[in-house]
Write a protein of this length. Structure first.
Length: 176
């Protein structure tokens, strides 16, 4: 089992530790697929339900005392026509991208953005001051993107070999 030393600066502190490349690979692959399934399932169930709309959530599931109640009401009344398909398709495509390991950084970024919106909609939190499952998911997605988890048994490894990516290295920002 291959091990490596990591030396870095985190919040101004020198950090160094030994880790197993093998177990990191298994962990990142598993987390990517599980997060992918979580998003895909949440999205596809909404896509397949012709009655589903963001209006129900935005008008009836926001906790009393939420500091953004006015925003959610406007979104439900004026923007449901756009937000409903964006939510359905966004969740589904983010999930597929994570499962397949394609465009992982791009999809992880947008998944984290969605989680932050869901977190804001859950305020005030019932079980915690600041942290809930949405923040955990957002940080997990950040980690998957930062590690380039799409390269571990994913399509990003293959996509990065395409001529278009070789000719346009900035495209790598979306991959990994």
């Amino acid at each position: 089992m291959a091990t490596r030393e990591l030396e870095s600066k985190v919040f101004g502190w020198d950090v160094q530790f030994t880790y197993s490349e093998t177990w990191i690979g298994y962990a990142l692959f598993s987390l990517r697929v599980i997060m992918g399934w979580t998003f895909f399932y949440a999205g596809i169930t909404k896509v397949l339900d012709p009655e589903w709309s963001v209006r129900g959530f935005l008008l009836h599931a926001i906790p009393e005392g939420n500091p953004f109640t006015g925003l959610w009401t406007v979104m439900a009344n004026d923007w449901a026509w756009l937000l409903t398909p964006m939510n359905q398709v966004g969740l589904t495509l983010i999930g597929l991208a994570l499962i397949l390991g394609a465009f992982v950084r791009f999809s992880a970024f947008w998944g984290a953005v969605m989680m932050l919106f869901y977190w804001a909609a859950a305020l005030p939190l019932e079980n915690g001051l600041v942290i809930d499952d949405h923040i955990v998911y957002a940080l997990l997605l950040f980690g998957l993107g930062a590690f380039g988890a799409g390269r571990i048994l994913g399509l990003d490894d293959r996509i990065e070999e395409l001529d278009i990516v070789e000719e346009n290295p900035r495209l790598r920002l979306f991959l990994g």
